[in-house]
Design a binder for this molecule. Structure first.
Ligand SMILES: Cc1ncc(COP(=O)(O)O)c(C=O)c1O
Length: 376
């Protein structure tokens, strides 16, 4: 029996896609072998990677002056690859909105000056910093943001305007979850292991002019965007099966109605859950409402023991992965593309039952947390 999977990544994949992959596991379209077993130089795999690029271009309506690269090294690899490729003048600006933007800024500081242009550290990264009057540092190579903070449960609802300075975004936890106007960015990249496929692939979408110049000389060849672009992402052996899986998901997304329809569904799921949290006398959301993520809904009872009891109850009900990230605690339900509205309804039913069983606990837990807070 499959569970309702609220994991933050790796995460739920569409059941139809998993079934198709299972059907094709031993014999991919009459080749007599799995995609895992075929040469990355074979005509069959060439067709798969070309279809994957064409499908992601279609889904996001990517303009012709952008290159689509399939790379490795995960999100953490991109924290280094971005500065190594783009910090040609040695200076970049970072908006530090949470755990993942902070990691990116810290990694970039190894390769040049990584300014913190704005931060929400002061409020515990519960929101996206105000970027309305953002002035990039003169001569900065790029401004970097994390479009959706997976751990903190926040997202940009409007992207900063950076004028001539290219805007770079980590879209790992919101990739292909709603329409995105790629032309606002110099570069967007995302690890696929949340909305799009099995871990092991990073999709980089980069504007032509940024890939024309060489990377910093220290850049490992495997992280060099120009090498990847000049070789159709086939300079070295790519994770063939993972790219094939991504393309099955791209085709599934198209069959569902594309980004408009997927975005509509994702917003409906998130709204339903946030409404339940806001109506609750036991649970409360942890992100500032104006910055709430559509993908990662973070909430708590305010009492770690009750939170743990809720996570255990949810698991017993077949609702997996709702424990918050170890750095922030509480709960987090990730509502990626393959999570259904029914999954969200089941989570809400579990919250209803838990709240009934713990009526009165909220008042005592909040008064105990107030008194413990005031005693220190
Ligand atoms: C938004 C975001 N960026 C980057 C990363 C790091 O990715 P990886 O674990 O592939 O290095 C994650 C991981 O969850 C993430 O959520």
């Amino acid at each position: 029996m499959r569970v309702a999977n609220f994991n933050a990544g790796p995460a739920a994949l569409p059941e139809d896609v998993l079934r198709q992959a299972a059907d094709e596991m031993l014999d991919y379209q009459g080749c007599g072998m799995s995609v895992m077993e075929m040469s990355h130089r074979s005509p069959e795999f060439k067709r798969i990677i070309e279809a994957a690029e064409a499908d992601v271009r279609d889904l996001y309506a990517i303009p012709d002056n952008y290159r689509v690269l399939f790379m490795q090294g995960g999100g953490t690899g991109q924290f280094a690859a971005v500065p190594m490729n783009l910090m040609r003048r040695g200076v970049a600006d970072y908006v530090v909105s949470g755990r993942w933007a902070l990691k990116a800024q810290q990694e970039a500081a190894k390769y040049g000056t990584a300014n913190v242009l704005a931060t929400s550290e002061g409020t515990g990264y519960d929101r996206i910093p105000d970027c309305s009057g953002l002035e990039p540092t003169p001569g900065a190579d790029y401004v970097y943001i994390c479009a959706n903070e997976t751990v903190n449960g926040t997202r940009y609802h409007e992207f900063p305007r950076t004028g001539d300075v290219p805007l770079v975004a980590d879209i790992s936890s919101c990739m292909l979850s709603e329409p995105l106007d790629v032309s606002q960015f110099g570069l967007v990249w995302g690890g696929v292991q949340k909305n799009v496929g099995p871990a092991g692939v990073v999709i980089v979408i980069i504007r032509d002019d940024l890939v024309r110049e060489p990377a910093l000389p220290i850049t490992p060849t495997v992280f060099d965007y120009k090498v990847a672009a000049d070789n159709g992402s086939l300079y070295n052996t790519p994770p063939c099966w993972n790219i094939y899986m991504c393309d099955l998901v791209f085709k599934w997304l198209k069959a569902q109605g594309g980004m408009e329809e997927i975005g509509r569904r994702n917003h409906a799921k998130a709204e339903l859950l946030y409404r339940r949290i806001d109506d609750s006398s036991l649970f409360r959301g942890t992100a500032d409402p104006a910055s709430r993520s559509t993908m990662n809904v973070t909430f708590t009872t305010g009492n770690p023991e009750l939170d743990a009891a809720f996570v255990a109850r949810a698991k017993a009900d077949g609702l997996v992965g709702v424990k918050g990230h170890r750095s922030v605690g509480g709960m987090r339900a990730s509502l990626y593309n393959a999570v259904t509205l029914d999954d969200v309804r089941s989570l809400i039913a579990c919250m209803d039952a838990f709240e009934r069983d713990h009526a009165g606990s909220a008042a005592s837990s909040s008064s105990s947390s107030t008194s413990s807070a005031s005693s220190i």
